[in-house]
Design a protein around this ligand. Structure first.
Ligand code: PBE
Length: 307
């Protein structure tokens, strides 16, 4: 009688334990986030975990158009691209990583976030985000006649992802953008001297750049402002605007130049619209990239996995 009761209780306990395991999907014990991709219906999909949201930036950015195209091309029908800003995106990313939660963002290189966090691009087998992207210097028509010194300097300006990374990281760590740019210029005189070689300094001429508050472009624009003011005698205005006005300003001649034109793909729409009203001085940086980016702990490896 006693043994029978014990057996009954033991089997009851066993049943309870087993059913509890079944409900939790049998994972979640290692303190790692639940990226569920292989357990079919047992765990939620990456889409469900991030509420089918991709964290975007400002609506005028080329990467937003590319992401909208990716949603179409990869048939991510129930996905939404969230508008915001570069700063809001990195704040959301930071929070997700601190909580070890999955997140999908619109990302690009160069960017300090790749140095600060362990991130990866999702493969883009359909090449929606393009290949061999570059950052170009685009100037207003007539700049060569009006500002031959600036024209020559801007034609010489060419640097690398690593160079820009140094300024970006300093700014991200709290330094004032202009001070960070000045420190970089002081520590990289060989490069700066190459860009200003043979350029005749001027006496307080005004010069205007347009740029968007993307971290990469904050770094480049501040660097050129500092060099043109300190080494070439210009009085430089760096106009922070949205992507549309950044291009329109150069096209209608209100602005002298921008070093923030991502081509051939990211700003293809702006280029098609304004190419006859601007002059392209070519790439100031090669090998840049845009795409969908996730923390390394997210299991998905391709945009196709989002379906
Ligand atoms: N970006 C950074 C910009 C260009 C520079 C990739 C966010 C864009 O998408 O337009």
């Amino acid at each position: 009688m006693k043994t029978k009761k014990m057996w009954l209780m033991l089997s009851l306990v066993a049943i309870l334990v087993l059913s509890a395991c079944g409900q939790s999907g049998g994972d979640g014990t290692e303190g790692t986030p639940d990226n569920g991709s292989e357990n079919g219906g047992a765990t939620s999909s990456i889409g469900e975990q991030v509420k089918h949201e991709i964290i975007g930036i400002d609506p005028g950015a080329g990467i937003m158009k590319a992401t909208a195209a990716a949603i179409e091309e990869y048939e991510l029908t129930d996905w939404t691209l969230i508008e915001g800003s570069g700063a809001a995106m990195t704040a959301t990313l930071d929070k997700a990583i601190k909580n070890e939660e999955p997140i999908i963002i619109t990302g690009w290189t160069p960017h300090w976030m790749f140095a600060k966090y362990d991130l990866k691009y999702l493969d883009d087998p359909k090449n929606v985000f393009g290949e061999a992207e570059e950052i170009h210097t685009v100037v207003r028509l007539g700049l060569q006649e009006d500002h031959p010194e600036a024209y020559q300097f801007l034609s010489n300006f060419k640097w690398t992802d690593a160079d820009m990374g140094e300024i970006m990281t300093a700014i991200q760590e709290g330094e004032d953008p202009e001070a960070a740019a000045k420190a970089w210029a002081d520590n990289n005189t060989a490069k700066v001297d190459e860009w200003i070689e043979g350029v005749q300094p001027v006496d307080g001429k005004n010069f205007k750049f347009s740029y968007v508050a993307w971290d990469s472009e904050i770094a480049s624009t501040n660097l050129l402002k500092v060099i043109m003011e300190e080494k070439l005698g210009f009085k430089v205005d760096a106009l922070q605007v949205e992507a549309g006005p950044m291009w329109t300003g150069v096209a209608n001649g209100d602005v002298d130049a921008t070093v923030a034109a991502w081509l051939p793909l990211t700003h293809a729409d702006y280029w098609d619209k304004f190419k006859d009203q601007v002059e392209d001085l070519g790439a100031n940086m090669e090998g840049v990239k845009t795409g969908l980016v996730v923390p390394a702990y997210v299991e998905a490896t391709s945009i196709e996995d989002l379906k």
